[in-house]
Write a protein that binds this ligand. Structure first.
Ligand SMILES: Nc1ncnc2c1ncn2[C@@H]1O[C@H](COP(=O)(O)OP(=O)(O)O)[C@@H](O)[C@H]1O
Ligand SMILES: [Mg+2]
Length: 782
């Protein structure tokens, strides 16, 4: 017997390996076949292979322990039945088997740990590597990718969600799938070797149960998805109303707002009811079929026992093994589906990584570097359109910026000022024409070197969530702390940084949220100073600042502009008054150039712009901005609804906590029950169902014991009588099972859904009773 088991468990292992890819293709026929099963493990290295091998081994063995347990259990039953008249032999046999069970427990412990831990470990490792490769390849792409594909295919979403799917598939699901498949095969093998007739019969009925269980799982998951979607919809309605609370109050729309929220909650309630019914029927049907199956199998086992073809222990082992094998297959299915999803996600990620390696002749790594750069920039007959838009930004643009001088570009919003700055950095290449640096085509220069020659300060300073020192060090990674401080001094940042509690080690928070706009900008300037670039690019560096910070930042900029080629884009014309040359851009052309004095005396476009701005300045001193920063001001004035929400919640929570501490003790079960008073009738009905359902399992166990005892009785007629009786009772149980479970699940679900809907609605409408100030206060404290 033992030999057979070992052989079968090994055989099962081999089969499993072949089976997975096949099954996966079945579960996922619609997906493109590009990603094979192995593509899921594309990022695995040698250690991962070892981990996966050991993990698989652990999972196989773990899967086989349950069938082996049933064998031991069957033998115990047999010993109990046969040796009941020889207490001595019985004790020694039983303790022998008990010892086996202990060994088995140890094997299960170790193999389960290896099966889970090793797979999790390798899942982490492989996904981390995949994420890194993905990010690296995305960063190697040129800007047009970000303008077009990345925007459409949502890079950020993919890098997180696809990687999570892959990690899930590798880390958890593959191990589980292997375990259940191993249990399935070993269980069947055991069944066939012990009582093949019973196994065949079980084989005929198990699929019914499996189909019922599978259908139930699928229905439940779609229903719960729909329910979540419905609640999500309701949440959105609430979020929208709360974020528009000014308007709601202004137009006295509270009643309407509450009505629309309650309407969207009703949809969720409807889904909830449906899932209650589905749950009841699903669980009831599955258990009902199971009872019927047991009735049939025990009845047949009774015949076999009476004919002396088997004994009670073996019959029990066989039936329970095959039934659990069926379950194991059912449990393997969702894992296999997750593996299929992970495979598709891996194919997605890999296609991006591969795509890049095809176009690896990406310009930039090769090319020349200039030993001494003067910094003269020339645009010659440059035509350009963004890859994502056909509209030409420049047509035959010509201009030249002298080395070491400061040139300013002015012009209406959308005239292409920022585009010039991007093109100088070679983020985009001209469709035709040339951009020359000291007479060399940008295309012939090494990209990394080229960008090292430039420092950029743009409208939104890009700070990363690390310390101030590290943010400045991004300008030049190997600089010493003294140089950092020097740069900060040049950027007028040193004094305020010194004043912060942690000085240069202060964390700036994500995107620099813990600093003011002017402070952030000065850190960005310090970063540019540290780099000490030959070419300085300033794109509306001060336009997001208030007048006072603008002045400080402007001074810092002036200090660092000397001795390098500087291209300034400024929204406020007064700040570029003193530059060497001003170029006026309009319709993708330089329409005027010269010094401030020249251009004013010429009385052309520039003079008109200056006039316009000074009159605007007079009539509305706060709106001195000349070009396109309205976007930002609107951002600053109103916190986004999400942030609003979080703050709303956190302040609410704080309120709850503080009131908690001061007077109200945490709500007792009794209070919760009172809150639920309206749903008590549901609770009673549900509980009746639950009690009845709870009684079924002990009754079932009782029936099985009766039959097993009867199997060892010497009188055939007694066996037949007991078996017939119990089988009939099981069928009876099966019949009442569906209504009982329906009662339980439907009414409990109804109770829960009604309660949450009611509480949500009353919280929501209650929040309108608070005054408008409540929102304002809560939105701006923190
Ligand atoms: N990434 C982009 N993709 C497509 N079109 C763009 C992109 N960036 C800017 N544009 C368009 O190119 C034109 C010039 O933009 P831009 O150089 O930002 O103007 P400015 O900085 O002078 O306000 C505008 O019409 C703008 O809509
Ligand atoms: Mg711009």
């Amino acid at each position: 017997m033992e030999e057979v088991e070992l052989a079968t468990s090994g055989g099962g292992g081999v089969n499993d390996d072949n089976l997975i890819p096949k099954m996966k293709q079945q579960t996922n026929p619609s997906k493109k076949q590009s990603g094979s099963f192995l593509s899921l493990f594309a990022a695995a290295d040698k250690i991962d292979c070892v981990l996966m091998f050991l993990g698989s081994l652990g999972a196989f063995i773990h899967g086989a322990t349950l069938p082996v347990f049933f064998i031991l259990f069957g033998r115990m039953i047999d010993s109990l039945g046969h040796l009941s008249s020889h207490p001595h032999r019985l004790t020694s046999r039983i303790s022998e088997h008990a010892l086996y069970l202990v060994y088995l427990g140890l094997v299960a412990l170790v193999s389960a740990w290896i099966g889970v831990a090793f797979w999790m470990q390798t899942g982490e490792r492989q996904t981390a590597r995949l994420r890194l490769k993905y990010l690296q390849s995305v960063l190697k792409k040129d800007m047009s990718f970000f303008d077009t594909e990345a925007r459409d295919s949502n890079i950020i979403f993919h890098i997180s969600s696809d990687a999570i799917l892959v990690q899930d598939a590798i880390g958890d699901k593959t191990g589980h799938a292997l375990r259940y498949l191993s249990q399935f095969f070993v269980g069947f093998a055991v069944g066939f070797t012990s009582v093949w007739q019973l196994t065949l019969l079980t084989l005929a009925v198990v699929p019914l149960i499996a189909v019922a269980g599978g259908a139930y799982t699928i229905t439940m998951s779609t229903l719960s998805e729909k329910g979540e979607a419905a609640y999500g919809e309701a949440g959105k309605v609430a979020e929208e109303i709360i974020s528009q609370v000014r308007a709601v109050y202004a137009f006295v729309g509270e009643a309407k707002a509450i009505e629309s929220y309650s309407h969207s909650l009703k949809e969720a309630l409807k889904q909830g009811k449906k899932s209650g019914v589905a749950k009841g029927i699903g669980v009831g049907l599955t258990y009902g079929l199971l009872f019927c199956a047991w009735a049939l199998l025990l009845w047949y086992a009774g015949i076999l026992v009476r004919h002396g073809d088997t004994n009670g222990g073996k019959a029990f082992t066989t039936i329970i093994n095959v039934i659990f094998s069926g379950f194991a297959l059912g449990q393997a299915a969702p894992n296999l589906a997750a593996i299929a999803k992970g495979k598709a996600a891996a194919a997605n990620i890999i296609s991006i990584i591969k795509e890049n390696s095809h176009s690896s002749e990406r310009p930039g790594d090769d090319g020349i570097t200039l030993p001494k750069l003067a910094g003269q920039i020339e645009f010659s007959e440059v035509c350009f359109a963004y890859p994502s838009r056909p509209h030409m930004v420049f047509e035959n643009l010509n201009f030249s910026v002298d080395a070491g001088k400061t040139f300013a570009f002015v012009g209406p919003s959308g005239s292409g000022k920022s585009t010039i700055i991007s093109m100088v950095q070679r983020l985009y290449e001209p469709t035709s024409g040339k951009i020359l640096l000291d007479g060399h085509d940008l295309k012939s220069l090494q990209l990394k070197w080229l960008r090292e020659q430039m420092g950029l300060v743009s409208q939104e300073p890009a700070l990363f969530a690390t310390s101030i020192a590290n943010n400045i060090l991004l300008g030049k990674e190997d600089a010493s702390m003294d140089r950092v401080i020097e740069a900060a001094k040049a950027a007028n940042a040193h004094s305020f940084v010194e004043g912060l509690p942690d000085g240069y080690q202060t964390q700036v928070g994500e995107g620099g949220t813990q600093l003011s706009g002017g402070q952030k900008q000065r850190i960005a300037i310090a970063r540019a100073v540290l780099r000490n670039p030959k070419i300085l690019l300033l794109d509306e560096a001060t336009s997001a600042l208030d007048a006072e910070s603008e002045l400080i930042v402007q001074r810092a900029l002036e200090k660092i502009m000397s001795n390098r080629t500087t291209i300034v884009v400024a929204h406020r014309l007064s700040t570029v008054r003193d530059v060497d040359t001003i170029m006026v851009l309009k319709n993708g052309q330089v329409v005027e150039s010269g010094t401030h004095v020249d251009l004013i005396s010429k009385g052309g476009e520039y003079a008109a712009l200056v006039n316009l701005q000074s009159s605007e300045h007079l009539s509305n001193p706060s709106s001195i901005c000349y070009s396109g920063s309205s976007r930002y001001s609107s951002f600053r004035d109103f916190p986004s609804s999400r942030r609003y929400d979080v703050e709303f919640e956190s302040s609410k929570r704080r309120e709850l906590q503080s009131s908690d501490q001061s007077f109200a003790p945490s709500p007792s079960i009794w209070e919760l029950l009172k809150l639920n008073a309206a749903e008590w009738p549901y609770a009673v009905l549900g509980s009746v169902g639950a009690i009845l359902a709870g009684m079924e399992a002990p009754l079932f166990a009782l029936g099985i014991t009766h039959i097993l005892t009867a199997f060892y009785s010497p009188h055939d007629s007694q066996i037949k009588r007991v078996v017939d009786q119990v089988a009939l009772i099981f069928v009876g149980l099966a019949v009442v099972t569906i209504p009982v479970y329906l009662l339980q699940h439907y009414f409990y679900t109804l109770m829960g859904e009604h309660l949450t809907a009611r509480v949500r609605l009353s919280m929501f409408s209650g929040s309108f009773i608070f005054s408008f100030q409540f929102y304002i206060l809560n939105a701006f404290t923190d």
